[in-house]
Ligand binder design. Sequence first.
Ligand code: ATP
Ligand code: MG
Length: 412
Amino acid sequence: MERVCLVHYHEIGLKGKNRSTFENRLLANINHALKGSGEFRARRISGHLLVEPQDGFASSAMAEAISRIPGVARVSLAYRCEQDESAYCEAAIRALGEVNDTWDSFKVHARRSSTNYEKHTLEMNQIVGSALCAAFPQKKVIMHGPDITVVVHAVQGDVYVYADTGPGVGGLPVGTAGKVVSLFSSGFDSPVATWMLGRRGAICIPVHFSGRPMTSDTSEWLCMDIVEALAPSGVVGRMYVIPFGEKQREISLAVPQSLRIIMYRRVMFAVAERIASIEGAKALVTGESLGQVASQTLENISVVNEMVSMPVLRPLIGSDKQEIMKRAEELGTYAISSQDAPDCCTLFMPRRPETHARLEEVHKAWDLFDHGGIIEDLVNNLEYVDFDQCPSYKPPRTLRARHKELLPAYSV
Ligand code: ATP
Ligand code: MG
């Protein structure tokens, strides 16, 4: 009896043409994410995707890898057998016997789709139910709220039987919702914010401003480690790195100390928007959370926001730090983000940053340095790192011709 992974997704909003685009994208993303985990085949069957390892034994590690892919609502480790009652009863006994948690009650849920199997689901429920009662005499059958549900699903000539099923991350397959540019630091928030947009189907392009050459490049390496940690979800296409140290010094010498951070952030937003237009991205993303630090008051958010005309998405704006940290732990970015590294934000920090900036003063300070020239220079000195984790990412044509002079910052 073979064991396979049955992948479930939510069908809400997936009508007509959308649906096959969605399924094909998810299939391609699964194929990519499982590269290197042995020979397998992935295909569609009636409302589910099926992943069949060549050795006929899908492991829980494989199910766990699939559960992290956006668009996956649930993954079940299922036995596949013929449409024969003794075969699926045996599969059900095996499946229930393998449940690790302690349990006292169960029920059977039989289904049929795209099949001409003659038995009715009520009859299948009874047959499998009696076999399980005989095999587990000390356990109870409960129709409402049992500990375990054994699913027996007849589809296209086969029967899939499972008791072991776990939640996936949900969302939509990466590549079905366009592209976003994400302002990315090595802190806790922006990686989580990036992942959240990726989970909604967007291809994410992180942009990191480092303090280089005035600081070391540690923050850049931490950002790369974070992107690697996000690899199982396949949300990141390419990361841009912008050495910002020298320009920050120039700005810090020209403007009132308390407005430095706002000036840096206005430049960062402008550069990020330029990268977004090179990449064909339709929005920016930040990890801002209202009131968390000085730069995240409503006044400061708005004087920075006015720099750009694209929507700026802030998925964490209403989240508490605790919630964000919990998600960072689940994603595996927590330990990396806990490491301290100077980046452009710690460089030339004012002693008392402005928390309620007034637009008039911001505009005055903005004109104290050659902001246009600085933005241009930064855009002309982009560096980038490619990650082979998002199969739907296509690098921008306009940069392709310049790849040689751009020089990847690192080879990954
Ligand atoms: P994070 O945990 O994401 O670093 P934070 O709590 O440290 O956020 P800020 O430093 O005010 O808060 O940054 C707010 C947002 O600005 C970040 O979530 C991120 O989107 C962006 N940002 C901060 N630093 C950088 C950087 N060095 N490069 C690119 N974007 C940055
Ligand atoms: Mg930060």
